[in-house]
Ligand binder design. Structure first.
Ligand code: BES
Ligand code: ZN
Ligand code: ZN
Length: 461
């Protein structure tokens, strides 16, 4: 998407107007077209409705096959938003949502026309100091959300652990993010037995991606570490998923994609912060070499794990990711994963589940979720739930031996908590936000979430 600035709206552009009325409409007077959108009856625009409004403008333009759209600054800078947030926030959010709404996953389409719609935006009006920078900032954030979506949306056949690791290197090129990739042999040397167990059924080798950004200066401050689930395809393993459930499972590396995009975006924006992103990547496949239900894995931490279900693989690869994170003496560790279908049962498709024992971190995530648009909602990690993580032959079990259907997301979080010892930690189960839903007004497929939230955390924590 190209965002340009001007003083008048030329006839080549369709002006987007926000009016009280509810029905979207395309009008034409004297050869000048306008796209009229309803901003809600009460007329008070909130952060949430603003995002929807901007996205609707772009999606409506796209469905009307309009290539160039224009906004006046006055139309975009709703006084209530400038008051409640800031002019900077409004312009950043505006640009970011333009960019993510314009996105299509066009890689496999021979006809690229769809990508050209609403690809040019003209912003008209008197700019104040810093306005262009705010719009540029939002554009950058949106672009990296889209990078995350590109990686997620790529089918499993074309996005293996190795390709994912290469994508990290490509994305980081030209930035101050360093990338190191551990191959199968190095992973064995690190004794990441949980990651290796999951990877065993696939002909594709595991990878462990380490991305570092020392924006504050190495040694100057302990880093914030993000750990992203990098399952490039989740068949469920020998506890094979039914046909309907396996369809979207190339998106099971979305946590990995989003932490990658977040760290590179932070570098692009020049944040003066130390950030590390870790992505344990594997393919959960079915073969004669697959790990079995009943196998006992020795994780990198030394803790042994009964594999009671090979489909609860995300928590296994993350266990080794969290253990590795400890090396950095981190200030905060956040893992991001499409971990449980149960999170969808609990929350529907409109918020990721967060779990942490640190109430301050919980409140921060909820606040920054509202501010960034990556909404989250908490679930408890109380000691009462610890009993369900006990192993029979191993120290731990990857699912409860009984009560299997209750509190599925919490069980996942509680399992991970055993590997998050010695540092402040939060778990984001982003399964609910793995794919866009109709009211998101985004292209079908990955949302790229919660990249914007991670960025905010990196910026402010
Ligand atoms: N990747 C899935 C979770 C998932 C399901 C994400 C649907 C997005 C949409 C995960 O690896 C998984 O299979 N979890 C199991 C856990 C169960 C075996 C305890 C699940 O949710 O069924
Ligand atoms: Zn699974
Ligand atoms: Zn999975």
């Amino acid at each position: 998407m190209k965002i340009n600035f001007g003083s008048t709206i030329p006839a080549t552009h369709t002006q987007v107007l926000f009016k009280e009325q509810a029905v979207p409409m395309l009008t034409e007077t004297d050869g000048v077209t306008a796209l009229i959108l309803g901003k809600g009856k009460e007329g008070k625009v909130t952060a949430r409705t603003f995002r929807t409004l901007v996205r609707t403008a772009v999606r409506s333009a796209k469905s009307s096959k309009i290539k160039r759209i224009a906004f006046t600054l006055d139309d975009v800078l709703f006084p209530e938003l400038v008051n409640d947030h800031s002019r900077e926030w409004v312009l950043r959010t505006f640009a970011e949502n333009l960019v993510i709404a314009q996105y299509e996953f066009g890689r496999y389409k021979t006809d690229k026309k769809k990508e050209s719609y609403a690809a040019e935006v003209l912003v008209v009006g008197v700019l104040e100091k810093g306005d262009k920078e705010s719009i540029k900032w939002g554009e950058t954030v949106g672009t990296y959300v889209n990078h995350s979506r590109d990686l997620s949306n790529t089918p499993g056949g074309d996005m293996t652990p190795q390709t994912l690791a290469r994508a990290a290197q490509t994305m980081a090129k030209g930035t101050k993010v360093s990338v190191k990739v551990l191959d199968q042999k190095q992973i064995e040397k690190e004794k990441m037995g949980a990651l290796l167990g999951v990877a065993r059924g696939s002909t594709e080798e595991a990878r462990f991606v380490i991305m570092e950004y020392w924006g504050k200066g190495k040694g100057k401050e302990a880093p914030v570490v993000f750990v992203g689930k990098g399952i490039t395809f989740d068949t469920g393993g020998l506890n094979l998923k039914p046909s309907d459930s396996v369809l979207d499972m190339h998106l099971d590396m979305s946590g990995g994609a989003t932490v990658m995009a977040a760290i590179v975006c932070a570098a692009k924006l020049g944040l003066k912060k130390n950030i590390v992103a870790l992505i344990p990547a594997a393919e959960n496949m079915v073969s004669g070499e697959s790990y079995r239900p009943g196998d006992v894995l020795i994780s990198m931490s030394g803790k042994t794990i009964d594999v009671l279900n090979t489909d609860a693989e995300g928590r296994l690869v993350l266990a080794d990711g969290l253990t590795y994170a400890k090396r950095y003496n981190p200030r905060l560790v956040i893992d991001v994963a499409t971990l449980t279908g149960a999170a969808l049962v609990a929350l529907g498709q409109h918020a990721s589940a967060i779990m942490t024992k640190d109430i301050k971190v919980q409140n921060m995530l909820m606040e920054l979720g509202e501010e960034s648009g990556d909404y989250v909602w908490p679930l408890p990690l109380w000691d009462e739930y610890k009993q369900y993580t006990k192993g029979v032959f191993g120290d731990l079990a990857n699912i409860p031996a009984s009560h299997g259907r209750y509190g599925g997301s919490i069980n996942g979080g509680m399992f991970l908590s055993h590997f998050a010892e010695g540092f402040t930690w939060a778990h984001i189960d982003m399964a609910p936000r793995m794919t866009a839903t109709q009211s998101d007004h985004l292209a079908k497929g990955a949302t790229g979430e919660p990249m914007r939230l991670l960025l905010k955390v990196a910026e402010l924590y």
